[in-house]
Design a protein. Structure first.
Lengths: 294, 360
């Protein structure tokens, strides 16, 4: 029998080391914290799954999780259709196309905390364009005082910040559709809607999957922008999961519960991404009879 | 079904000045109702442009397109009621085969029973009946191309079916089957078919009439034997045949013609020969001859190749640069490289050209 060549292990060693130091070891530290009660650097007690049980019963955390899910869903429901609509409306070629691409990408180049600051000023009723305009229209608008206003402002800010990403991905996807498809559709007498429904949307499946996953993960981990804009308020109306986690870990030094919750947080994202991915893989590809495997 | 008349020119650039600016030089052509035509030519000769002008995907910059005498130049592909099959199969990914076939009828508001009937008939004809409920995206390239064709055939009143190199992505052994299917459909439905290809075998086996194109010009329209026997233009001679026609410079002299420095007697019907500047003869019609035979020139064999069913002789005419290729049957004695031979090149199959055009 031919001996198995083990040299390949050497080749993957650099990657294993990098990943070990950058991801696995930090993650293990978190696992370590999550099962101990650290009273002082010298005194620590093994508590098993105690922290996991307690964070699961934490009302504040359940509230934050609920808000987070609603927020991420709202982000997807607004940004994905809006991004597709923008991509469809963008000019396909020539200098206009380049100009629109540059303009639309600007918000993607702004650092997160600056986005928060921009909207904080934008929404102020004394000097902000949005706040002052709404005030002039007679609408009582205050993102610091009114929970609904704060919520809508954070959502609007995220839509403004990230819809261009969805639009760019869709634009690239649309450009990749060969002309013959549009020509065939025109010969088949397809309406504009039919072209969208049966050609463009199915061909965008790949990029939409990337867009949905990226926007879901990012929005589920949103921290900086609401932190700068509302600081999680009023009350805890805009306190999302990562902010709640930071309060626990850095604000109160409850490292055990924070670590336990981090792991749960990680698993939630992983699970939801898995579900989304599988659902999007399958939608629109099943045989109508379910038996047509020839 | 319709008779298609073209009288047009097309340039993709605005204000074309020189011939090179045109994708299609001014041309006049008509396709008879129910005929099978092929547009044959190398890449970039304008054949796809001509097809897209017929279908209405491209509007010609000058002139008109008429279907049965009616001007359709400004009408959309849908209004012209044509069907087109593209180089790469176009299918609707999310639909089943049946839904794909039904799509053009559904868009035109045909009644459901009627759609069902037509889809069934077309699927039967294209041998797709077993796959009707399968998702079209999962099928092989040849089945997908049949679906593309089927979407054209479900409409009974379709004016013409256009094909843009439809067999490019099909496996060689399936190409024959699909081409036979096309001929059969043409035979049954008597549709006007126009088929674009750069493959002469495909064009000559599929079409009744072949239009040979080069650099924006349609140089000849004719049957396979017309193109083979009487190429109207030297390009047709070069392009059709494997290998293409031999061309030798010729000039008229007092008592005959001079080919590559050799004096030959004037052939029958001598006028074209006397005024021609080029002589063309197919390798199939070049034969070995005895020394100083009528219409024969001396040459040296440069290469003798066994091509299986025949031998290909590549020779150089003595005292000149001219190359003459000959196809010889393996039954006869084949000269070897370096041998001196006499080749009969002037006979009833020899054509004479002046400025690239055939002289009659």
């Amino acid at each position: 029998m031919k001996p198995v060549n083990q040299k390949a292990w050497l080749l993957i060693l650099p990657v294993v080391l990098c990943v070990a130091f950058s991801a696995i070891l930090p993650l293990m530290t978190v696992v370590n914290y999550s099962v101990q009660d650290i009273i002082s650097p010298e005194r620590r007690v093994f508590v098993g799954t105690e922290w996991f049980k307690s964070v699961m019963r934490d009302d504040d955390l359940q509230g934050a999780l609920g808000r987070q899910i609603v927020f991420s869903l709202a982000v997807l429901l607004v940004e994905i259709p809006l991004g597709i609509a923008l991509a469809l409306a963008m000019p396909a070629k020539g200098w206009r196309s380049s100009a629109v691409l540059v303009l639309i990408s600007i918000s993607l180049l702004i650092p997160w905390n600056v986005v928060g600051t921009i909207w904080q000023i934008f929404g102020r009723s004394d000097i902000g364009l949005l706040g002052a305009s709404l005030k002039a229209l007679g609408i009582e608008y205050s993102y610091t005082g009114n929970a609904t206003h704060a919520w809508l402002t954070v959502l609007l800010m995220d839509v403004w910040h990230w819809t261009p990403l969805v639009a760019l991905l869709c634009f690239a996807g649309l450009r990749a559709i060969p002309d013959a498809y549009y020509q065939a559709a025109s010969i088949d007498g397809a309406s504009k809607f039919a072209v969208f429904r049966y050609i463009q949307l199915p061909k965008l499946r790949g990029v939409l999957m990337i867009a949905v996953l990226l926007r879901f993960m990012d929005s589920f981990m949103i921290y900086t922008e609401p932190f700068v804009l509302t600081g999680g308020g009023p009350g805890n109306a805009t306190t999302f999961l990562s902010q709640y986690l930071t309060q626990k870990a850095v604000g109160q030094f409850d490292l055990g519960p924070a670590a336990a919750f981090s792991l749960i947080y990680f698993l939630i994202i992983l699970l939801l991404c898995f579900i989304l991915y599988n659902w999007m893989q399958r939608v629109g590809t099943a045989d109508k009879t379910g038996a047509g495997h020839g | 079904m319709a008779r298609i008349e073209l009288d047009l020119a097309h340039a993709y650039k605005a204000n074309p000045q020189r011939d090179e600016d045109y994708a299609l030089l001014p041309l006049k052509m008509s396709f008879a109702d129910g005929g099978a035509y092929a547009l044959l030519g190398p890449s970039g000769c304008g054949k796809t442009t001509m097809l897209n002008i017929i279908s209405g995907l491209v509007t010609p910059s000058q002139g008109s397109v008429k279907f049965d005498g009616q001007d359709v130049t400004r009408l959309s592909p849908q209004q012209r009621n044509i069907a087109q099959v593209f180089q790469f199969p176009v299918i609707y990914d999310t639909m089943t085969v049946a839904e794909n076939l039904a799509f053009p009828l559904k868009n035109r508001g045909v009644a459901p029973d009627r759609i069902k009937l037509r889809v069934g008939q077309v699927a039967e004809m294209l041998e797709l009946s077993a796959q009707l409920d399968q998702r079209a995206a999962g099928l092989a390239a040849d089945a997908k191309q049949k679906i593309s064709l089927g979407r054209g055939l479900v409409r009974e009143d379709v004016s013409a079916v256009l094909f843009d190199e439809p067999l490019t992505v099909i496996d060689p052994h399936l190409k024959w089957q699909l081409r036979r299917k096309l001929k059969q459909i043409h035979h049954e439905l008597k549709l006007t078919l126009v088929y674009v290809t750069h493959d002469q075998v495909e064009a000559l086996t599929f079409a009744e009439q072949v239009v040979v194109m080069t650099r924006g010009r349609a140089v000849q329209m004719g049957s396979a034997s017309d193109l083979f026997e009487r190429p109207q233009h030297t390009f047709v001679g070069h392009f059709i045949g494997s290998p293409g026609m031999n061309f030798l410079p010729v000039r008229g002299v007092a008592d005959g013609i001079e080919v590559a420095g050799h004096r030959l007697a004037k052939p029958r019907g001598g006028r074209p020969a006397a005024e021609a500047d080029m002589l063309g003869v197919r390798p199939e019609y070049v034969t070995l001859a005895a020394a100083h035979d009528l219409g024969a020139v001396p040459a040296t064999v440069m290469q003798a190749q066994d091509i299986g069913t025949y031998w290909l002789l590549v020779t150089q005419v003595a005292g000149s640069e001219s190359i003459v290729r000959a196809r010889l049957s393996p039954e006869q004695a084949i000269p070897k490289t370096g041998d001196a031979v006499w080749l009969a090149i002037v006979g009833e199959h020899t054509c004479f050209y002046r400025n690239e055009e055939l002289m009659e």
